[in-house]
Design a protein around this ligand. Structure first.
Ligand code: 1GP
Length: 248
């Protein structure tokens, strides 16, 4: 798929009520020689995209991982950066994240100013995204690294108003994240409240470990379901989760 089609494709899918499944690859956890198997499973499971990123990214594998994926399959690669240093021109698109659940000015606009000139000349499709951290029952790396509190898990209206404000500010996507390895994924009731309050596509991730939970989250209104940890532990799960998400 042409990189410039990623967002339009998402809008069409949302209009048609068809759900998408993204597999999150953390460059810090990925063993380079296991990528071939992941790509083969991802292709046979018909996943819709790879998200690539992590809270830290302490190695220098980002470019090589994306290069291998791009050489071996047509699955789009979307950067989901944990910091402004996680940039690779080899990907197709970048979620330009603004941490709208927090009040850390640097993550609302500061880092964006620093990276804007590099992104302006990059071939990446830049997709502005309102990133909302939701309490998932355990302290998360994102919360620690960003020095922000997540939105309490039972405060559906705060989540809905935050997402509405993000849309009114012109953001193109909302990403609700309970954080990698969350004990409790974002609730169906919060997803329902947020998705009913906005017209832009909604991504949900964090703590999704089974096809049943993925199915419920997509059914509640998420347009893209993201799974990382569970697939790192058992890559065979990709096929079952993909089938569940696409069945909604
Ligand atoms: C984290 O939403 C992602 O940012 C995925 O979370 O690793 O728990 O699937 P998991």
């Amino acid at each position: 798929m042409n990189s410039s089609d990623i967002y339009s494709d998402l809008l069409v899918a949302k209009k048609n009520k068809s759900k998408k499944f993204a597999v999150l690859l953390d460059p810090d956890k990925l063993v380079i020689n296991s990528i071939d198997r992941i790509i083969a499973l991802a292709e046979s499971a018909s996943i819709d995209s790879f998200f690539v990123g992590g809270s830290l990214v302490v190695n220098n594998q980002l470019d090589s991982i994306i290069e291998i994926i791009k050489k071996n399959c047509n699955i789009p690669v979307v950067l989901f950066p944990g910091s402004s240093r996680q940039l690779s021109y080899k990907a197709d698109a970048l979620l330009f994240l603004s941490l709208i659940s927090g009040r850390n000015a640097d993550l609302l606009i500061g880092k964006h100013v620093e990276t804007a000139p590099f992104l302006k000349i990059s071939p990446l499709q830049i997709i502005s995204t309102g990133y909302m951290l939701i309490d998932g029952g355990v302290p998360t790396s994102v919360s620690y690294m960003s020095n922000t509190f997540p939105i309490p898990a039972n405060k559906d209206s705060i989540a809905a108003c935050t997402a509405m404000a993000g849309e009114m500010l012109g953001l193109k996507l909302i990403y609700m994240d309970a954080g990698s390895g969350a004990k409790i994924p974002v609730s169906a009731s919060m997803i329902d409240s947020v998705s009913s309050a906005i017209d832009i596509p909604l991504i949900v991730g964090g703590g999704i470990r089974t096809p049943e939970v993925a199915f419920d989250i997509a059914g509640a209104g998420a347009d893209i379901i993201v799974v990382g940890n569970a697939i790192e532990k058992n890559a065979d799960l990709m096929a079952e989760i993909s089938e569940a998400v696409h069945a909604v």
